[in-house]
Design a protein around this ligand. Structure first.
Ligand SMILES: [Zn+2]
Length: 47
């Protein structure tokens, strides 16, 4: 199986792409980086 990595969807133009294993994948169409997923942990408590 080809290693396409994580699937992303550009928040700006909506194009779907794969990061190919790169953590800092950008949209191949408009170059916008996908925003980090908000896991809802807004508190500043340290772990
Ligand atoms: Zn885009």
């Amino acid at each position: 199986m080809a290693e396409l990595g994580q699937k992303h969807e550009c928040p700006k133009c909506g194009v779907k792409y794969y990061d190919l294993g790169n953590a800092d994948a950008k949209c191949p169409k408009c170059g916008v980086e996908e925003e980090a997923p908000d896991d809802g942990s807004k508190d500043d408590s340290e772990k």
